[in-house]
Ligand binder design. Sequence first.
Ligand code: NAP
Ligand code: ZN
Length: 360
Amino acid sequence: MAKSPETEHPLKVVGWATRDASGVFSPFKFSRRATGEHDVQFKVLYCGVCHSDLHKAKNEWGNARYPLVPGHEIVGEVTEVGSKVEKVKVGDKVGVGCMVGSCRQCDQCTNDLENYCSKMILTYNAVYTDGTITYGGYSNLMVADEHFIVRWPDNFPLDAGAPLLCAGITTYSPLRYFGLDKPGMNIGVVGLGGLGHVAVKFAKAFGAKVTVISTSINKKKEAIEKLGADLFLVSRDPEEMKSAAGTLDGIIDTVSAHHPILPLLGSLKPHGKMVLVGVPEKPLELPAFPLLSGRKLIAGSGIGGMKETQEMIDFAAKHNILPDVEIIPVDYINTAMDRLAKSDVKYRFVIDIANSLKAE
Ligand code: NAP
Ligand code: ZN
């Protein structure tokens, strides 16, 4: 008979899980593997709450495996390392983002693009190489291969920094890869949530002029005064969108729900690039005419490789780029998810795991 999640491995772990598509979280006991020779074990201190956690918890992408323990913006302190680990030592601060495994041999892996490896293993809701299900950072203890561990920069805040492990790399990587990181460029950021507000910060750090395109007029003042955005457009206001026609070199679209992309394509310059990073439940409509008039490009981007993730964290620490977070105890997660669904968070919930999730 197959063992239960609580007994299949030696390390006892407590977390919070959803058991079905209702998306309601409750405490859940499971286990993790003993620290292997290439593994790093760490006590989880903080974990960010990504909209992907909500999509998955509610099975909006149709691939949920329950019980499901989300969390892929995980930071903590190393408690044990395997005999062959070189990257970190006990007591070091570390992070784990969206993936914990890949084949390490294919063209993608050997080019530091583990995120595009066909055998990439996600931090939660995936099947690990030993056949067991992966569980994320809404839990008190983590074990991961050192290759997928990020070294945390000295004196860089762990709580506010945690969301960089997903929201950070997911926006940093396309800005870099698509050449949208040149000073003076006009960059649009669609959706001012967890990913969007970090995109604004990176684009500003690269020297861009940033236009936020949002449905929430109540985010305007802060977007300009606090986040440093240069312009704010209400996406549902056709006049405002028309005023921006043909002005943007690139767009990072972080929207989590179905939305019209025609007005967004209209705001691109000729040769402008629109990169989708948000993953709405239903397909978007892609009109051909506005793309071909102006040879515009539409693309997608998914997180980033480990080398680039480390580069992004080091860049963020150097330039003091930190997400704006609301710190919550783990038993607030159901309320937090309801608020996240309504775009009611400025701009990322981060769970204070160490102070609110006690191992029994
Ligand atoms: P989030 O904090 O909820 O932000 C999404 C934003 O989208 C909201 O704040 C809202 O911004 C806007 N929005 C929501 N509903 C909308 C609607 N009906 N029409 C137009 N705009 C709407 O979520 P997040 O954590 O940033 O994640 C955003 C998306 O990226 C999710 O789908 C997530 O799964 C995906 N994601 C992808 C990757 C990747 O590798 N590509 C990685 C992480 C996350 P305004 O209030 O400003 O309108
Ligand atoms: Zn995420």
